[in-house]
Design a protein around this ligand. Structure first.
Ligand SMILES: Cc1cc2nc3c(=O)[nH]c(=O)nc-3n(C[C@H](O)[C@H](O)[C@H](O)COP(=O)(O)OP(=O)(O)OC[C@H]3O[C@@H](n4cnc5c(N)ncnc54)[C@H](O)[C@@H]3O)c2cc1C
Length: 472
């Protein structure tokens, strides 16, 4: 049904962006055939990669692609974990990397206006320099603003500060027809019928290409502190979280992490985690307006953890110590990536976390598969890693492919069913992409999927924009 990018179309595209912003050299396009999902099974080479510099160029490319029936896949930093920016029908990859300007940081409105290709890392630096704070913190800072909005990314601070959706106030979007629309603005409120802005957020590049975003910023917290709490028993660790919340204690982040992956990451980075006892840890980050308040909150945390049989409470209070701890936490994936098949992204009501994690452990035993699990304990988001290796006395031993391949689907299905029975979803923050598409109906109602398909048809009747994603 789709056409190939022929010489005539290529020349037209070259006239829009200039030869230097387009490539069809297969060697240069290899990087554009995949994202951070680890299996090569879903990778596909594009026919052409194009890197526009202006919104009008994006619109012209889309108009041409729509007329010629060429699929277009928008791409940000390609840090996605479910194949969202993989050009699974071939055609054009439209990379936003050249649209990377921070256009404005408006101090009076506390909002930033940025192009979609700005990386999170550049954005955090600019916001910090302006004396403000952008709370969402998805773990990989080479992600770009457009991609982060398109996936409605979360991150560890979501429990207190919410996800990207809570900060996007305005969007410039090129629709699949090539029309440019401006949704929302520098507004704190708006009650204007159906909220198309929110429809684009999390739409994974299937309804429009985000070219600019207006983002709400916050005043920064005055002081922060990280507490590292070892436990011998995972249930006790996780059951601490609802107890903290019942005591009206809302930390900035609460992560749970198994000792075994910390050890692997310590070796990988040659850095030391502050303590070595226990089998599992809670990493609790708190923020406050003064040191006194921080002390008061730390005391509540420490008392609650000890009540739940924590072995100790370690405090990282200097910026250097906090950096060291966060560095180890954020590099766990890098340390085990070569042995990971898939990172699940199940979200359950937070009171259900310990039961779901127990199910993960049972599943690991049942199928004889290593499933290291860590995640954002206080918002119910559990990242179970399906591994193609096993751990023996701290050593990672590869497992033959036929063995792990046979097990992965069973593991996924078992855990997805468990999330459904607990009122959960199969993705809390990574999105559906290609990888989770077969499981959408496990958790969404038929009518919900039918409405979603209807929305896609309304925006993109010729199905040229990121086809084959979320649903068929
Ligand atoms: C080590 C690591 C840690 C991570 N930690 C987190 C975490 O804590 N929380 C979290 O939520 N995610 C996390 N992620 C996943 C990933 O970083 C996020 O999904 C991120 O939002 C993707 O942004 P990106 O720019 O890389 O998008 P891409 O991977 O390039 O694309 C993702 C999707 O967005 C679409 N898209 C991209 N740009 C646009 C645009 N301008 N307009 C329309 N659609 C677009 C693509 O078509 C695709 O469907 C992590 C990933 C890694 C590798």
């Amino acid at each position: 049904m789709y056409k190939k990018v022929n010489k005539d179309i290529r020349e037209k595209l070259e006239r829009i962006v200039g030869c230097e912003n387009l490539t069809f050299d297969s060697e240069k396009m290899v990087d554009y055939s995949h994202d951070e999902f680890s299996l090569a099974d879903i990778a596909r080479m594009p026919e052409l990669v194009i890197k526009p510099k202006k919104t009008e160029e994006v619109a012209e490319i889309i108009r041409l692609a729509n007329k010629e029936m060429i699929p277009v896949t928008p791409r940000g930093g390609a840090t996605g974990l479910c194949g969202g920016c993989v050009p699974s029908c071939g055609g054009i990859v439209l990379s936003l990397e050249n649209m990377n300007q921070i256009l404005e940081i408006d101090l009076d409105n506390q909002m930033a206006v940025v192009e979609a290709g700005v990386t999170l890392s550049d954005f955090y630096s600019a916001v910090e320099e302006a004396g403000l704070f952008f709370p969402p913190h998805p773990g990989e800072e080479s992600a770009m603003i457009g991609g982060v909005i398109a996936t409605n990314a979360g991150g560890s601070r979501a429990v207190k500060y919410g996800v990207i959706r809570n900060y996007v106030r305005g969007l410039e979007v090129v629709l699949p027809t090539g029309t440019i629309v401006h949704l929302g603005g520098k507004l704190m409120k708006s009650s204007m019928g159906y909220n198309l802005l929110n429809l684009i957020i999390g739409s994974e590049g299937t309804l429009g290409i985000i070219t600019k975003a207006t983002i709400l910023l916050m005043p920064p917290a005055q002081v922060t502190r990280s507490l590292i709490i070892p436990y011998d028993d995972l249930d006790n660790a996780i059951e601490t979280v609802p107890l903290l919340i019942r005591r009206k204690m809302l930390p900035m982040a609460v992560e749970f992490i198994d000792r075994e992956v910390i050890q692997i990451t310590e070796e990988f980075l040659r850095k030391k985690w502050p303590c070595s006892e226990g089998k599992t840890y809670l990493l609790i980050i708190i923020d406050a307006s003064s040191e006194e308040e921080l002390d008061r909150l730390s005391e509540i945390v420490a008392e609650t953890c000890m009540e739940k049989r924590a072995l100790d409470v370690y405090v990282a209070d200097s910026p250097e110590k906090q950096r060291q701890v966060l560095d180890i936490r954020s590099k766990i994936y890098e340390a085990i990536k070569a042995h990971t098949v898939e990172i699940l992204d199940i979200v359950v009501p937070r009171a259900e976390i310990s039961k779901h994690v127990r199910k993960v452990h049972e599943t690991s035993q049942k199928y004889g598969i290593w499933l290291p699990t860590f995640g954002h304990a206080a918002d119910g988001n559990v990242h179970t890693h399906i591994m193609k290796a096993r751990l023996e006395n701290g050593n990672i031993i590869p497992v033959p492919e036929e063995e792990w391949r046979e097990k992965i689907d069973k593991v996924r299905k078992e855990l997805y069913r468990d999330s459904k029975t607990r009122g959960g979803m199969i993705s809390g923050e990574h999105g559906i992409g290609i990888v989770k598409k077969p499981f959408l109906s496990y958790v969404l109602e038929e009518e919900e999927i039918r409405l979603m398909k209807g929305i896609k048809s309304l925006f993109d009747p010729r199905r040229i924009l990121n086809p084959n994603k979320i649903f068929d």
